[in-house]
Design a binder for this molecule. Structure first.
Ligand code: NAD
Ligand code: DAU
Length: 347
């Protein structure tokens, strides 16, 4: 991306006392707020619509004098304007995030991911507010299993699903608002996150909670598809690094060299839960299913000095399993409806 603001125009940590975190009741956003409480002194206003994917309980134990939840829509220009007027920086996580849902009903993805990002950009422009936009490696499409290359910041956009194309569109809006209006934005594109507080529609928590519910895990297609797993806290430490030290107008890829195929992951989950590792079902594949994602994060590491902390996937997975075991009341209410939705597509 071309710089329109001097590379020295970096936001400083001390300038940020009050952040607006969109989607802060979702998986990564709530972990980000939690990470901020543990590692910084900032206060946070969370703007979240509390869709099926948002959960107030993900924030309920955080200090009330530092975390405020505003229930509302990022497409509501008046609300967004009033919140941005009173913030030092915006960290924009809010999105419709699940590929399978986007294949069944794309409209909410267009509305939230594109119109919502537009609405935030207009407010950031009006109030000259720093904004960091959270995006995904899926904007780059997929790689062959034997491709020696990984995605980097110069990989052309080639999204496959309504979800990834709506995220790609939102990234392009951000780039245009930087170039044409001087908005102080950065973008990050991260690979697959795992950790606590992830909605049980997603691969890893779906399989863990299936086993905990006496259901068999479900593997799409043949399970050869590769995802590049990163612990959610590593994603969030990278976001904080970029927010504070990133060069305005730049894109950074976030990844932790965690490539694994889905079959390996499902077998690990079964093994760690004391089950036979072949006790899963092969189910209908996802239409247009991306084969492989892999991130080259050397720009972020070399230029901003970031590195991941979680190096052992099995340990991180075990801790995630323990979290779901200990937090039955957080996920159980959504289990039946989630599985009923999958049953309609034979998944
Ligand atoms: P999530 O679905 O768990 O959370 C999304 C949150 O956004 C929810 O709390 C939801 O209520 C809220 N939201 C949805 N529509 C809204 C609207 N119109 N207004 C306000 N709030 C709204 O998603 P996640 O997995 O935490 O992903 C967060 C961000 O990170 C997304 O932008 C996603 O594209 C990106 N991302 C996710 C991953 C991953 O592995 N999960 C990887 C890379 C990037
Ligand atoms: O790469 C980043 C992306 O990772 C994010 O942008 C998305 O928001 C996030 O949902 C995730 O997308 P995926 O489509 O890769 O994640 P999901 O958890 O849906 O699926 C991971 C892999 O597991 C994928 O290859 C499909 C497969 N899968 C999924 C489910 C739910 C199964 O085999 N069985 C399942 O039950």
């Amino acid at each position: 991306m071309r710089d329109t603001v001097s590379p020295s125009a970096r936001a400083s940590v001390s300038a940020m006392q009050r952040l607006l975190v969109t989607g802060g009741a979702g998986f990564i956003g709530s972990n980000f707020v939690r990470w901020l409480m543990a590692n910084t002194d900032v206060s946070v206003v969370v703007l979240d619509k509390l869709t099926y994917a948002g959960n107030e309980d993900s924030l309920s134990d955080l200090p009330a004098d530092r975390v405020q939840l505003v229930v509302g829509d990022i497409c509501d220009a008046e609300l967004v304007d009033s919140l941005v007027a009173d913030t030092d920086a915006i960290v924009h996580f809010a999105a419709e995030s699940h590929n399978d849902n986007s294949l069944n009903d794309p409209w909410p993805f267009v509305q939230t991911n594109i119109v919502g990002t537009y609405t935030l950009l207009q407010a950031a422009r009006k109030h000259d507010t720093r904004i960091h936009h959270i995006s995904t490696d899926e904007v780059y499409g997929d790689l062959e299993l034997d491709d020696p290359d990984k995605f980097d910041e110069s990989t052309p956009y080639n999204p496959s699903s309504p979800y990834s194309s709506s995220k790609g569109a939102s990234d392009l809006l951000v780039r245009a608002w930087v170039r044409s209006f001087g908005v102080k934005a950065t973008i990050s594109n991260c690979s697959n996150n795992y950790g606590p507080y992830q909605h049980i529609e997603k691969f890893i928590p779906r399989q863990i909670t299936n086993v905990l519910s006496g259901l068999r895990p479900k593997l799409y297609g043949t399970g050869e598809n590769v995802r590049d797993w990163i612990h959610v806290d590593d994603h969030n430490s990278a976001v904080w690094t970029i927010l504070n030290h990133g060069v305005i107008g730049e894109t950074y890829l976030i990844g932790a060299d965690g490539e694994k195929n889905n079959k390996e992951v499902i077998e690990s989950i079964l093994g760690l839960l004391g089950q036979p590792t072949d006790a899963y079902d092969l189910v209908t594949d996802r239409p247009g299913h991306d084969m492989r994602y892999a991130i080259d994060s050397s720009k972020l590491r070399a230029e901003l000095g970031w590195k991941p902390k979680y190096r052992n996937f099995t340990e991180g997975l075990m801790a995630t399993i323990d979290w779901y075991k200990a937090n039955d009341s957080w996920w159980r209410p959504a289990k039946e409806a989630t599985e009923a939705k999958y049953a309609k597509t034979g998944q």
